[in-house]
Design a protein around this ligand. Sequence first.
Ligand code: ARG
Length: 468
Amino acid sequence: MTKGRTGNGFADGKAWSGRFREPTHRLVEAFTASVTVDRRLYAEDIQGSIAHCKTLEKARVLTPGETRTIVRGLEAVKSEFHRGRFKFAPHDEDIHMAIERRLTDLIGPLGGKLHTGRSRNDQVALDVRLYLRDQLEDFAKRLQGCQRVLVAKAKAHRNVPMPGYTHLQRAQPVLFAHHLLAYVDMLERDKGRIQDAHKRLNVMPLGSGALAGTNYPVDRRYTAGLLGFPEVTTNSLDAVSDRDFMIEVAAALSITMMHLSRLSEELIIWSSQEFRFVDLPDGFCTGSSMMPQKKNPDVPELVRGKTGRVYGHLINLLTTMKALPLSYNRDLQEDKPALFDALDTVTTSLEVLTELMRRLKVNRATLKQAAEGGALLATELADYLVGKGLPFREAHGVTGRVVRSALEGRRELASFTLQELRRFSDRFDKGVFARLTVQAAIDRKAQIGGTARGQVEQRIRRLERMLS
Ligand code: ARG
């Protein structure tokens, strides 16, 4: 069958159709296309192509005149994208083909020289690295923005005690600020993972060709310099088939999402009628179509709900890679939907949760009351007896009996008289009452990382400096 040539010189609109007897089946065309997903890489694709073009000029593969025309053509294509004027053709398989096709529309057959010494395999590896460099910088800033909101909230409530929990049972009093700063530390590690992934993906793959390298005397370090990469990849097979960097990003994003999900879970619990520790801002809740009294915590629920989706993308990427022979295989095209959706999901979750936290109303009185109730000071009582020379295990036993008696008599620990306490151990004296306050319990946790007011205030100051 003879094939018609379209205006751009691609038979059937395809760059590779020369060796084929029949045109691509329409089902296959739709099935293999990735342009709806990878179109977001247009700016990086053009940036990479301009650097490639200049590298070809330096290698004397393109003349300065040809280079100028191609670069100008690429700039024109970019401006079409910027103005929302770019028109995809039905045959555009991916963003790389679409841009080259349009370039050839604009400058004629010279556009066909751009792809000299390059494959879409090294091209797409470059594009995603360029894209992620920007995205990760942006994401790290967003993490920092959330940290700032949490630190400000902590500072505004730096003297508010609350019950600290283990097993979701009231355990010991802590500062509400200390609880919030726990999330600031988590996000700090998240930032570190993102910066680390950024460092490792900042390597330039162009010049690897389809898999074996390139026949043209291109100066790969020159290309890297033009694109701001400190290093070039050192093995062409690895360069076109490596997706470690995406897996690292997806793993880092999964961990962040896990942190956001934990915070969400606490917000859901805290805002329940049973706790009433916080009030979620109205603008971040929804009502029920049936029950007029309801105010539902949909935002944190959705963050929690979207977490599995992000983990799924990580597993998707790992599974794609697990039995993939070197080097490029088309399976790799499935990387981008996973990566992009993971990025989008975590970014929007972080954004909405940050704004929710900024507006969160903290019910100081409820928190304080909860910290004072129950037997949260039992450990203080035990430590007090240790101070009086009792071995900790014995002190624990004595205190346990005091607690049982308090529970049976429905009383607070602090309501016991000295006489009553001395029935459990003769080591008790009147100094015990100074120990049996929430404030004293908190302030004695004065080592680095403890919940004492002094520690928490110092941490807030340090974080403010660090995050400014
Ligand atoms: N759209 C492809 C991808 O995302 C680009 C590379 C295609 N290479 C190829 N030999 N078919 O992976």
